[in-house]
Design a protein. Sequence first.
Length: 75
Amino acid sequence: MSELLTIAVIVFIAVPAPLFIVLHFITKWKQSREISGGDEQMLEDMWLLARRLEERLESLEEILDSDLPDWRRKI
């Protein structure tokens, strides 16, 4: 009986265990290539902030263009 158990353990260690380990790490590798929901939300927030800053900069440039037409040459 103990010989049968030993053979079963050896077969398990030789076949399914390595397969499980390889598949586990393949799954982890694929998950690490995707961005998480929190990262996606942070990117969206940063994009919106960049758009708002760009709009503000354009507004400031328009104000400067109307008040000081030569301001770009002075820089």
